[in-house]
Design a protein around this ligand. Sequence first.
Ligand code: ADP
Ligand code: MG
Length: 699
Amino acid sequence: MRPSILDPLFAPATTLAGVGPKLGKVLDRFLGSEAQGARAIDLIFHLPTGAIDRRPSPSIAEAPIGDIATFTARVTEHRPAPAGKKAPYRILVEDESGDVTLVFFHADSRHLGLSLPVGAVRLFSGKLELWDGMRQMVHPERILDPKLAGTLPAFEPVYPLTEGIGPRVMARIVQAAAERCPEMPEWQDPAFLAKNDFPAFRQAIEALHHPADRKAAEGDTVARRRVGYDELLASQIALALVRRQQKKVAGRATSGDGGVRYRIQSALPFELTEGQRKAIADIHADMAKPERMLRLLQGDVGSGKTVVALMAMAAAAEAGRQSVLMAPTEILARQHAERLAPLAQQAGLKLALLTGREKGAGRRQVLEGLADGSIDIAVGTHALFQEGVAFRDLALAVVDEQHRFGVHQRLLLGSKGEAVDVLVMTATPIPRTLSLTWFGDMDISILSEKPAGRKPIVTRAVSSERYDEVVGAIGRAIEGGAQAYWVCPLVQESDTLDVAAAQERYEALREIFGDKVGLLHGQMPGRDKDAAMAAFVAGQTRILVSTTVIEVGVDVPNASVMVIEHAERFGLAQLHQLRGRIGRGQAASTCLLLYKGPLGPVAEARLTIMRETEDGFRIAEEDLRLRGEGEVLGTKQSGSPDWRIARPEIDGDLLVAARDDARLMIERDPHLETPRGQAVRALLYLFERDVAIRLLRAG
Ligand code: ADP
Ligand code: MG
């Protein structure tokens, strides 16, 4: 149950003074979620994005022109619009240093006469401009009796708005919500607070909504960092609890005599890289421990993760246990199965494929083999962990290209065995900050080098107006023995979107190159997909026109040319993934990014980065910078926390501290029972990470 101290914060926004049902509806739409309407806490965490400087100038002459100015002046003259004219109502005000004309359109002249009589002294604040050499202010934003000047904050916070709520109303209700914030029990380590000069939570919230200067309103303060740190700590503690829960299921030690591994290694047509050896050793060490493995293998496209997976699965087989390799797409699952089957066979292992497409007797056979243990390795899609799939003794689950699988699916897979070791592989070079926020304390192995002999890919951006030249170049390349991918953004031509359709491009290229051209897209029947892929692998087709279905994992080393149409529509991560399909063989590779101008600044920056580097890490960092955290993978994925206050991209130091602190807390106070532990429970509720509290109860 949520601590009652938090109740006022989780009450609906309509419980705030001045928020009636109508305003409440607007707020629900703006700050609420599908599940519930806006609450006070949503307003408290609705932070200003800037501030207006309302510090008074000593005199009119010193007031800034072209900006918000605040000054004290005396009313000297009223100039109503001449009768019958649609001119504005003007009021002259002055001090010893100069004068300003106040301009009011559609004015209530009676009201102006009463509220600003000649001779009255007032504090004015608003945008000051020069008009015909004269200072003027159209509709002052604030007019105050000088006695009340103290009520005007020096820096007025500016909040993001939505239709139906103006700046003053928004400021007022946010402040009302912030005033509800109680003194909280301290959940942070006092020494850490002192070291960082962090205020208490309540004081931090207050400071956030009363910025001391413009910079402060942009979030560059200890107050914002403090609350951001609270959020990071909440998420890290939740992750630590989940991890502990997963590890608690006592794992089983899996180790063998190395025989299968030896046979596989001798059958490989290449030497393993240093990075691969190290990753394999890490994994085997994890598997040999009586704890559950949770390891992320991160390696850029083409770094050779598959063979690492195979060596892990080999170790499981030596112990007489089973493994699965799950791929995000059908095509990739088939490719893996085809690649690995000969190696598995040479090592005396039985490998089977299981996807949604295996039906009837074939499927039954595989299911039986999994249940009786005669199949050592199952390769497939998510069909692997559907109901009705049972294993005799599943030791290891390898999940390839993890970001296509939700956290839930990973957990589900784990449920197929008592304490299945999990190895997650991803080519998406996730910056450290993000991998921490997504996976928490997962162990990580990184393949940082590519296999020897890879040649750099030449990447060029080419305007789509030069289509004919590009086709000519492709023609020469395939005559020289190369194979090319031709990637189109969407399958079906759409008038409104003006996309280069794969189907149409396929037909156009076929007119030129005949049956050397193949087609592959997600809407084709599975059998046709297999055939298209097989023809390309066998070299029967030389150009494969495809959609982004080839984005992940496809490995045809002879393909050394890629054309990406409408490259400006793709995100950086996706471009990098796509380009990773080439540069895998001995030949030099070329990637042509076909774009349709004019390019926006972000698209232009993306294409420039693609030309400049092949370094997946740099690309990911740039992607983060250009697109913001949530979108780094091109899709907002479920299971990735949505930050309200924290900015992991600039609070990287805090993230690491939060992880360490969370780990320590859970070690010392595993059930969150100490006073600090109790406070941490409130913190988890505050940032709505309270699902983790259920795990506490469960065990
Ligand atoms: P990814 O990490 O993108 O999944 P793959 O596992 O598909 O990469 O490997 C890419 C290609 O590199 C494959 O053709 C694979 O056989 C090859 N490869 C893997 N390891 C090595 C190595 N150590 N030396 C040479 N080639 C390798
Ligand atoms: Mg791969």
